[in-house]
Design a protein around this ligand. Structure first.
Ligand code: 13P
Length: 249
């Protein structure tokens, strides 16, 4: 019903040469994958990645997009620019952007709208910090982040959006949420989507990934959970064999 989706988030890694080497290794390894496979690469690598991925089952993604259509926004990249390069998915609201680059729930929502308006598919990241978890605020934070991200987004768009639940304390730390915990927390997000849209929409049309130290060792246990529809993979997406093993969980 909900097709699993495994996406790599390369973050600020790989030059064009590294991109070519990694994708050349990866393409044959995942060609028979049942899951939808995506690689989200730095802007400077998008064109080269797009060339290599033509005719393969790996979809092309970016790591951010600006909310304005065009204009005086030095250093930013618009949805049209990504579309022109064949980008299909775009990560929005990653916790690193929230933490280091002033991303807010409002700018996340503005980016989501700009992406959808041009036919890009947002991967919207939500997740609590360790402090918020220890303070018992997980539900409050996730409901807020989800509700704000989807403000004024039409129900018709739900098939074109993926949510990634990434607990901040699990990113790049080697600490994974237990599969049960990730499952239960994702259920809170799905419950929020049911309230915002409808229970059937949330059940059938909203794909929610887990992200945070997901790797070949823990992927199958996480993917076996009924609420988890995929993964957003950082470190393990930088090695072709590791990423392919997650893709084939
Ligand atoms: P790691 O897999 O390196 O923990 O990163 C997760 C992540 O931030 C994906 O967006």
């Amino acid at each position: 019903m909900r097709q699993p989706i495994i996406a790599g988030n390369w973050k600020m890694n790989n030059t064009i040469a590294g991109t070519k080497a990694l994708l050349t290794d990866l393409i044959p390894l995942v060609k028979d994958a049942k899951a939808e496979v995506v690689v989200c690469v730095p802007y400077t690598n998008i064109a080269a990645a797009g060339e290599l991925l033509k005719g393969t089952n790996i979809k092309l993604g970016a790591e951010n997009v600006h909310w304005a259509e065009k204009g005086a926004f030095t250093g930013e990249i618009s949805a049209d620019m990504l579309v022109e390069l064949g980008v299909e998915y775009v990560i929005i609201g990653h916790s690193e952007r929230r933490q280091y680059f002033g991303e807010t729930d409002q700018t996340v929502n503005a980016r989501v709208k700009a992406a959808l308006a041009k036919g890009l598919k947002p991967i919207i990241c939500v997740g609590e910090t360790l402090e918020e978890r220890e303070g018992g605020l997980v539900e409050k934070v996730l409901v807020r982040q989800t509700t704000e991200a989807f403000k004024d987004i039409d129900k018709d768009q739900l098939d074109n959006i993926v949510i990634a639940y990434e607990p901040v304390w699990a990113i790049g730390t080697g600490k994974t949420a237990t599969a049960q915990d990730a499952n239960d927390t994702i259920a809170i997000i799905r419950g929020t989507m049911a309230k915002l849209y409808c229970p059937k929409c949330a059940e059938e049309r909203v794909r929610i990934q887990y992200g945070g130290s997901m790797n070949p060792k823990n992927a199958s246990e996480l993917m076996a959970m009924p609420q988890i529809d995929g993964g957003l993979i950082g470190g393990a997406s930088l090695k072709a064999v590791d990423f392919s093993q997650v893709v084939k969980y």
